[in-house]
Design a binder for this molecule. Structure first.
Ligand SMILES: CC(C)(COP(=O)(O)OP(=O)(O)OC[C@H]1O[C@@H](n2cnc3c(N)ncnc32)[C@H](O)[C@@H]1OP(=O)(O)O)[C@@H](O)C(=O)NCCC(=O)NCCS
Length: 314
C-alpha cells in the first residue's frame, strides 16, 4: 500500500499522510499496552466508564477486523511521530483528523497512540526525577478531555489530539490547579476545567512550579510565567465583578499588545470553553452564569472577544 492509497482509504488529504510519513521517519514505534492491562490504565488516566468502554471496544488487537491495514499503519506511524519528539514542547498534531463516526477504532486512534506513549512519558518523567503523583496527575488529563469531547458531541477532538501530545512528550506538568508547559524562557500556563480558579489555588500552583522546574529541568532557565487565553481578554472586566476569579487572575499579567492570533478565532474559543458547544445558535445558549450572559450579549452586540497573551516575572 503506498501513501496515496493510505490517504484515500483514510479519507484524508495526501499531504497529511505524507507529513506523518516524513516526521515519523525511520523511528521505531512502541506497542499499545496489553488489553488485559488496559482497564486499570484507563482508570488511572481518569477515563469515565462510557469512554473506557468505547476504547476497549475498539482495542487494536492483532486479529481485530476493525483495524484495517491503513489504520494500523497510521497508529504505528503516529506513535513513532510522537516518540521521535520526546522532550519536545511545541504543539504537535499526531496525524490527520479522522472521520471519527466510522467506529471506535477511527474515533479513538490517537487515544491508542497516547496509551502506547504512557510508558515512554513515564520513563521521561522518571529520568527527570518527576514524582509518580505529578506524572499520573499530568497524564490523567486524557480522561478529562475525553469527557469534554463527549459533552461537546465530539466537536472537541481536533484540538485535543494535538494538545495531548504535550503530555506524552514530557512538555507539560499538572502541578495543583494549573498545567505548566515548558519551552523558551517562560512557563506557559494552562487552566484545566477543574473547578474554580481561586487566587490561593493559583498561588500554590505557581509556588510549586518555582521549585519544580529548577529541580527537574536544571538546564532550562525560566524567568517568567506566560499565558495565552480568552481568560486574559480585558473586555471581560466590563461584565465580571472585580473580585471574580477571572478578573483577579488577569491582574497578575502584563498583556502584550493585541494581535489577532493566526488560525484561531477567539469568539469560537470563548464559546468552546464557556458552553462546550460550537454549533448551538447564540439565542439558544444557556444564560445561567454572569459569564454565559456576558459572552452571548457581547457577541449579539456585534462585538468580538480577544485571545490575549500576557506574562509576569517568575
Ligand atoms: C477558568 C475557570 C476555572 C474560571 O471559573 P471561576 O473560578 O468560577 O471564575 P469566576 O469566579 O471569575 O466566575 C465569574 C462568573 O463566571 C461564571 N463562569 C466562570 N467560568 C465559567 C465557564 N467556563 N462557564 C460558565 N460560567 C462560568 C461563574 O459561574 C461566575 O458567574 P456567577 O457569579 O453568575 O456564578 C472556568 O472558566 C473554567 O473552568 N474554564 C474552562 C477551562 C478554560 O477555559 N481554560 C482556559 C483555556 S485557554
Amino acid at each position: 500500500m503506498d501513501l496515496d492509497d493510505i490517504a484515500t482509504r483514510l479519507d484524508v488529504p495526501f499531504e497529511d499522510v505524507d507529513r506523518v510519513h516524513r516526521l515519523a521517519g525511520e523511528q521505531p514505534s512502541t506497542p499499545v499496552p496489553a488489553r488485559a492491562n488496559a482497564p486499570a490504565l484507563l482508570d488511572r488516566l481518569a477515563a469515565k466508564p462510557d469512554d473506557a468502554a468505547e476504547i476497549m471496544a475498539g482495542w487494536p488487537d492483532s486479529d481485530s477486523t476493525q483495524w484495517t491495514p491503513e489504520l494500523r499503519w497510521l497508529l504505528d506511524r503516529s506513535i513513532a511521530l510522537v516518540r521521535a519528539d520526546l522532550g519536545g514542547h511545541e504543539w504537535l498534531p499526531p496525524g490527520p483528523a479522522l472521520p471519527r463516526e466510522r467506529g471506535p477504532a477511527w474515533r479513538h486512534l490517537y487515544v491508542y497512540t497516547y496509551l502506547a506513549m504512557v510508558d515512554m512519558a513515564r520513563g521521561y518523567h522518571r529520568d527527570h526525577g518527576v514524582s509518580d503523583a505529578v506524572s499520573w496527575a499530568t497524564l490523567a488529563d486524557l480522561g478529562r478531555n475525553l469527557a469534554i469531547d463527549r459533552r461537546m458531541n465530539r466537536q472537541g477532538w481536533s484540538v485535543m489530539q494535538s494538545w495531548l501530545t504535550l503530555h506524552s512528550r514530557g512538555a507539560l506538568y499538572e502541578l495543583g490547579r494549573l498545567q505548566h508547559h515548558r519551552g523558551g524562557t517562560a512557563i506557559d500556563l494552562h487552566i484545566p476545567d477543574s473547578g474554580p480558579l481561586t487566587p490561593a489555588a493559583v498561588e500554590a500552583s505557581l509556588d510549586e512550579a518555582r521549585v519544580f522546574f529548577p529541580r527537574h529541568f536544571p538546564d532550562e532557565h525560566y524567568t517568567s510565567f506566560a499565558c495565552g487565553s480568552w481568560l486574559l481578554d480585558p473586555q471581560l472586566g466590563e461584565y465580571l465583578p472585580e473580585e471574580s476569579n477571572i478578573v483577579r487572575f488577569q491582574r497578575r499579567f502584563e498583556l502584550e499588545p493585541y494581535q489577532e492570533p493566526a488560525g484561531l478565532d477567539a469568539d469560537v474559543e470563548v464559546v468552546r470553553f464557556v458552553f462546550r458547544s460550537l454549533t448551538t445558535p447564540l439565542n439558544q445558549l444557556p444564560r445561567h452564569t454572569a459569564l454565559q450572559r456576558a459572552v452571548v450579549d457581547h457577541l449579539r452586540a456585534g462585538r468580538h472577544w480577544q485571545w490575549r497573551r500576557g506574562r509576569f516575572p517568575m
